[in-house]
Design a protein around this ligand. Structure first.
Ligand SMILES: *Cc1c(COP(=O)(O)O)cnc(C)c1O
Length: 357
């Protein structure tokens, strides 16, 4: 070990960083591994005051998001992606070496990575085979847990969590822990949002993002919805200038009336492509199971997922391998691209050597 490495905190030395799609690389022309929107939106910058520091919480962005989400501006925090929201919650609520977070695999990887970075214990309550919550397992592990992260629609399985289960977790956690519902993909089924439960539950927190349905993954802009007590605590630990002026400028435009209409058109378009891809995949011999999805991706179990992954990779079609997640042996996650990209996937799967024979 180099002497510099010895200087680092032990949990940071032991840390495996989040294996983001960008870090995993690949030489592709069909990028279906990061749940991005297939087309770049166009924006013009309108704010030219780059000599000045930006607002910590840009008023127009906060007001427009509150309006869009149907909550009060005091219930909204904007941050550098929803990922920063995940981390701010741990920083504000979890005592390293004492408190724990709880999450329900297979699910999004950043809850674990953020907790590990801060030396906070990670507990898991694996989902049942239908990918719904194991309420008994959650209840049994509540003691000492400060934050429960739930993801609905869940990444990478694509399903919504049953509203009744969410209410049960909120009931069992009241007075003990925050319940964070990650709604990164909620625009694909906006009626399922729990944002209108905020007035009922002081310990409910909802994560949102502009990265998925709003097609702005490169902007790095996300939101935390919660009651003002929670928001005020998060504001104590957030950086003084989390969003640059151009980010706030573009986020405000994305949340204008036209911006929201455009997002809705994106969602309709991606949903139609998802139905098309689901239909085209279901009769292929290499496909064992397609999990029902309310999102911009499909989780598919293949008879020979390593061959599928490698064959498509070599053709420049980059998917996300989910084999290492609990319960997901043989599974790949396919982001829904444009129609041509969906067709490329199907054509490549139809001509897999030896599998479809
Ligand atoms: C993409 C994603 C995020 C992160 O969103 P950013 O705003 O890009 O940081 C959070 N949660 C889930 C479930 C996601 O899939």
């Amino acid at each position: 070990m180099s002497s510099i490495e010895e200087l680092a905190r032990a949990n940071v030395r032991a840390l495996t960083p989040y294996q983001s799609a960008r870090r995993l690389g690949g030489q592709g022309d069909v990028w279906l591994n990061a749940n991005e929107y297939p087309q770049a939106p166009e924006f013009q910058l309108t704010l030219q005051t780059l000599n000045r520091y930006p607002e910590c919480q840009p008023t127009q962005v906060i007001n427009r998001y509150a309006d869009y989400a149907g909550v009060q501006p005091e219930q909204v925090l904007v941050s550098r992606g929803a990922d920063e929201g995940i981390e701010l919650l741990i920083r504000a609520f979890c005592e390293p070496g004492k408190d724990a977070i709880l999450f329900c695999p297979p699910t999004y990887g950043m809850y674990a990575v953020s907790a590990e970075t801060f030396g906070v214990e990670r507990r898991t309550a694996a989902s049942k085979t239908d990918w719904q919550l194991d309420l008994d397992s959650i209840r049994a592990q509540l003691d000492g847990a400060k934050i429960i992260y739930l993801c609905s629609p869940n990444n990478p399985t694509g399903n919504l969590l049953a509203p009744d289960d969410l209410r049960q977790v909120l009931a069992m956690a009241q007075g003990k822990a925050l319940v964070v519902i990650d709604e990164a993909y909620i625009e694909f089924r906006l009626q399922a949002s729990t944002a209108n439960w905020l007035n009922e539950f002081p310990h409910l927190v909802i994560l949102r993002t502009l990265s998925k349905a709003f097609s702005l993954a490169g902007l790095r802009c996300g939101f935390t919805l919660a009651n003002p007590d929670v928001i005020q605590l998060l504001l104590k630990v957030i950086a003084p200038y989390p969003l640059s002026t151009p980010v706030a400028d573009i986020a405000a435009q994305a949340l204008s009336r036209e911006g929201i209409a455009k997002m809705k058109a994106n969602v309709a378009d991606i949903t139609a492509n998802r139905l098309w891809l689901h239909d085209a995949l279901k009769n292929l011999p290499c496909v064992e199971a397609i999990f029902p999805s309310v999102s911009n991706y499909l989780l598919v179990r293949f008879t020979a997922s390593a061959t599928v992954f490698k064959t498509l990779w070599d053709q420049g079609i980059i998917l996300r391998d989910q084999n290492k997640q609990p319960g997901l042996a043989g599974c790949l996650r396919i982001t829904i691209g444009n129609r041509n990209e969906c067709e490329r996937v199907v054509a490549a799967l139809q001509s897999l050597p030896g599998i479809n024979a």
